[in-house]
Design a protein around this ligand. Sequence first.
Ligand code: GDP
Ligand code: IMO
Ligand code: MG
Length: 420
Amino acid sequence: MSNMVVFGSQWGDEGKGKVVDMLAEKADAIVRFQGGNNAGHTLVVDGEQCILHLIPSGILHPGKKCLIGNGVVLDPFVFCEELDKLAAKGVDVSAGRVMISKKTHIIMPYHRLMDSARESSRSDDGRIGTTGRGIGPCYEDKMHRCGIRAGDFADPDLLKEKIVIALEEKNVLFKHLYGAEPMDAQAVFDEVMPVAERLVPYLGDVSTVIQEADCVLFEGAQGTHLDIDHGTYPFVTSSNTVTANAASGSGCSPRELDRIIAIVKAYTTRVGSGPFPTELLDADGEYLQTNGHEFGATTGRKRRCGWLDLVVLKESARLNGPTELAITKLDVLSGMKEVKLCVAYEYNGETIAYPPQEQNGMAHVTPVFETLPGWDEDISGARGWDDLPENAVKYLRRIEEITGVKIGIVSVGPDRVQTF
Ligand code: GDP
Ligand code: IMO
Ligand code: MG
């Protein structure tokens, strides 16, 4: 059986959690390979909602292994909270079923403080609108080679030593640049030790589990246009969100990636700052926000809404190599008189088919739209192409034509079963 990768093709919140939950039935193991608890992945099973931030979205299928890869940044407090919440619902979250790579970097209390200190010190224009979870500062330490890794939790002396080193430089910044209280290494160590001890049984060799499984499902977080290299820099997250990172972020070879599924929301949303060419600041945008219940699953912020941007999708297709598209939230478009697709941009007097590559170029494009007729029918009960109104089918076929990728999955509601 072949492995699968699920990735977000826009700015996150495309419905990755729902699709991963659905596909997890076919997999032996589900692995997160980047990001951290900036992610909020929503699953709805039999009408009951479950939001996951760190634990892979396969956890509600009994027996499936749930793995945290080396490319993830893990907040141990959030991880323990998530374990407890799931256990209270009767979900098996035992060590062995859930595993963390020893190479996974740990989000420490000082990373969260640095994230909020940096954001508050930025001007309104420069603020990224991060989730405030310490994601960027943790990845900085990883690259700076002073990060704490999950495996260090098994060695308290090493952990203490690394905290002391990590704080040397940060305390200067806290005190003299950000006007924040410096952190005491012993106090940080004492705060972290109880969760560190709890995590030790979960440490394992994720690469070997992947190698031995017949079918692994790689669960992406965020979206391609939040990628640190390919997204709308600097308004991006701090990891590579593209599918190539599924291999390096989990510990296997790129040859292991077979079926690659692009999750595409039928319109576009974005949380936080940054350019968004097809954003709607009118009644249509309001309609999508309300009808789609577009509030962030992590921070509760209102999501900005706009028309589907096929320039964004084409870029995602060339960066990620999808074998199919999974269109989600098609039901949200019901009731709109007309629906628009952005098919190109005008930029510096030229028509372009891919996003400009200079910093903030995306803020200066004018979208070129194609207008299609909408549909009124409630499609949340559709379970096949034949159940869709003609105009909804036309909309989907046009997406396939322009992106050059076939649609393999259509989602028409939040519940696991509202899919074909
Ligand atoms: P993720 O971060 O990509 O996993 O997406 P989120 O969970 O943050 O946001 C997607 C939201 O849309 C969640 O509230 C889902 O329950 C919901 N959702 C997913 N698919 C559909 C769909 O086809 N129709 C509707 N109406 N809601 C959906
Ligand atoms: P899922 O996996 C949507 C956004 C933040 C901010 C930027 C940087 O649920 O799709 P960070 O805290 O990562 O440094 O913030 O990235 N962001 C997301 N937006 N969905 C997400 O995850 C996101 N994770 C981060 O809003 O603009
Ligand atoms: Mg989300």
